[in-house]
Design a protein around this ligand. Structure first.
Ligand SMILES: CC(C)(COP(=O)(O)OP(=O)(O)OC[C@H]1O[C@@H](n2cnc3c(N)ncnc32)[C@H](O)[C@@H]1OP(=O)(O)O)[C@@H](O)C(=O)NCCC(=O)NCCS
Length: 179
């Protein structure tokens, strides 16, 4: 095991910074998600398409990342039976991409990234309304990860998932209280 892999307690959440963080070394096992971090996130941040947060060590080595954007559910995709107005698009917070480097998978960082994303989403709703957190799971493994935390399917696609903002608030409180 390298110093980097041993130093899990040295990891902190930071805004992604292309000058400081070593994005070329990141490998989560999914080429699309590696490439997004390596080639597109910086540009997306500059253009206001996404905000990226990384879990990185003081040397700038990245163990995981997550991105956020504002989203919108069209009326054709609004879940029924939840009390949402059926005739208005819903404002969402989109978790665009989330990944953990292979060397760190299975050590709790995916959960930490998700909790961080939920906290940011909940805090942001004090300033800009957002009804649900939305995610497009890359594959069935990613889908089952999100389902484990209470995400539900949206009507258009089994991998298009949502978590009501109120449930995100409860989940964070439970996790922080160690329940
Ligand atoms: C999916 C991913 C983010 C999970 O990260 P991780 O660091 O391995 O997950 P954690 O160690 O934090 O796991 C937290 C919990 O989720 C569970 N879990 C992890 N992966 C899971 C999966 N695919 N399905 C169901 N549960 C899963 C763990 O068993 C753990 O449960 P526990 O708290 O009861 O022990 C990571 O495997 C990854 O980056 N995969 C490749 C990229 C990807 O698919 N990203 C999602 C894109 S939409």
């Amino acid at each position: 095991m390298t110093d980097f892999e041993r130093g899990i307690e040295r990891l902190v959440f930071e805004h992604f910074d292309a000058h400081r963080h070593q994005r070329t070394l990141f490998d989560c096992g999914r080429p699309k998600l590696n490439e997004y971090l390596q080639k597109r996130l910086n540009q997306h941040m500059r253009k206001g398409i996404a905000v990226g947060y990384v879990l990185a060590d003081p040397e700038g080595r990245i163990a995981g990342y997550v991105t956020h954007s504002a989203g919108r559910l069209p009326i054709t995709v609004i879940p029924s039976g939840k009390g949402y107005p059926p005739d208005l698009p819903l404002p969402t917070t989109l978790i665009g991409r989330m990944a953990v480097d292979r060397r760190f998978q299975g050590r709790g960082l995916g959960a930490a990234l998700l909790v961080h994303a939920l906290r940011m989403a909940v805090q942001t709703t004090e300033l800009v309304a957002s009804t649900v957190i939305e995610v497009d799971a890359l594959d069935d493994a990613a889908r089952s990860f999100y389902l484990r935390y209470g995400f539900c399917e949206l009507p258009d696609d089994a991998r298009h998932l949502y978590l009501p903002m109120a449930d995100a608030r409860t989940l964070i409180t439970e996790i922080l209280d160690g329940k």
